[in-house]
Unconditional design. Structure first.
Length: 232
């Protein structure tokens, strides 16, 4: 295709993606009460009978609903976004590269979703730690927007870091690193993963850091095994 045709194709894929995010965003906005209860569950599990949100600004409710609509629409539309990206880059790939494109998209969706789910189920432990470290004299009543910001940030970072093995396998297939090189440097990798987990865990508690670091170490060795298998 010519440059103009590439730009037209990019615009078409972008419009489809924007429409998908908008449609799912409207759906998330409509079912906001249900989504809010789902997001509130770790809070209620960590602090039973005292998990009401404290709103101090008349606009907090509207801001929260719009925020949930936007991020909910983006999350629900993720499969469509990845499919549009795949459809855009596929014509420029060679036959061997095209064979790996769809598995990489599916693996990215799977690992990202796994990271989001792990963050969701571990967030209650993070709240318990943060509450306990502040002392029993504090009365807990979170602002919903601040709570949601921390929760979404944690899910996004967990989902993004769970793409780590997909990136490693891609580097192995591109011959930028070899499985043997990764295996020889496993000690440095474990140290780096631990430091990165401690740095990027939004809640800053040791349990969340462990929940992030342990799977990443497992994924590191899994990526080495997959790389060796694909190199045969």
């Amino acid at each position: 295709m010519t440059l103009a045709e590439h730009l037209a194709e990019l615009r078409r894929r972008f419009l489809v993606s924007a429409i998908a995010v908008s449609v799912f965003g409207v759906v998330a906005f409509i079912v906001y009460p249900t989504i809010l209860k789902v997001l509130q569950h770790p809070y209620c599990a960590a602090i039973p009978n005292h998990c009401s949100f404290l709103v101090t600004n008349p606009l907090d409710g509207l801001t929260l609903r719009v925020k949930i609509g936007f991020f909910g629409g983006f999350l629900l539309a993720t499969p469509i976004l990845l499919f549009q990206a795949w459809r855009f880059i596929t014509p420029g790939l060679k036959a061997r590269e095209r064979r790996y494109a769809l598995p990489f998209v599916l693996a990215s969706m799977l690992f990202f979703s796994g990271g989001v789910l792990l963050a969701y189920f571990s967030f209650g432990h993070a709240l318990q730690f943060l509450k306990s470290i502040g002392g029993s004299s504090l009365v807990t009543a979170y602002n919903p927007n601040q709570y949601l910001t921390l929760f979404l940030l944690m899910m996004f970072i967990f989902g993004l870091t769970f793409l780590f093995p997909v990136v490693l396998v891609a580097l192995e297939l591109a011959n930028l690193v070899t499985p043997n090189q990764l295996l020889r440097g496993w000690r440095y990798a474990v140290i780096g993963i631990t430091i990165a987990s401690a740095t990027f865990t939004p809640s800053g508690d040791p349990l969340s850091m462990m929940f992030l670091a342990v799977p990443l170490v497992v994924f590191y060795f899994l990526a080495i095994a997959v790389g060796k298998l694909l190199k045969r």
